[in-house]
Design a binder for this molecule. Structure first.
Ligand SMILES: [Zn+2]
Length: 103
């Protein structure tokens, strides 16, 4: 029953999270009893589910919030880039001015 497998696999993420109604859970349970393919999908989902929180706990996986020092550094880099940009424009303008003088 290929159609049923598709439905089951659609519902499995919710089933694993316990987000389905009791009747739906029973229906999925029954299907999983004989369908190895969907059982495998469920195992994968549970494995991924267990893996995620452990990963989220790791500090390097948290969204990066720049510290005060980092912000200062970023600001410094930005200012420096702006200054370099201005200097670059200045040099180009000077180059053109010199070229004109030499013509
Ligand atoms: Zn199935």
């Amino acid at each position: 029953m290929r159609g049923q497998c598709e439905i089951i696999q659609d519902l499995l993420p919710l089933y694993v999270d316990g987000m389905v109604k009791k009747e739906t859970a029973v229906f999925i349970d029954r299907h999983l009893r004989w369908c190895a393919k969907c059982g495998k999908v469920r195992t994968e989902l549970i494995r991924n589910k267990n893996w995620e929180p452990a990963c989220a706990k790791a500090p390097e996986d948290r969204p990066h919030v720049p510290s005060e020092e980092e912000e200062k550094f970023i600001l410094y880099i930005r200012r420096w880039k702006r200054r370099m940009g201005l200097a670059f424009i200045g040099i180009i303008s000077l180059g053109f001015a010199v070229m004109r003088l030499l013509e």
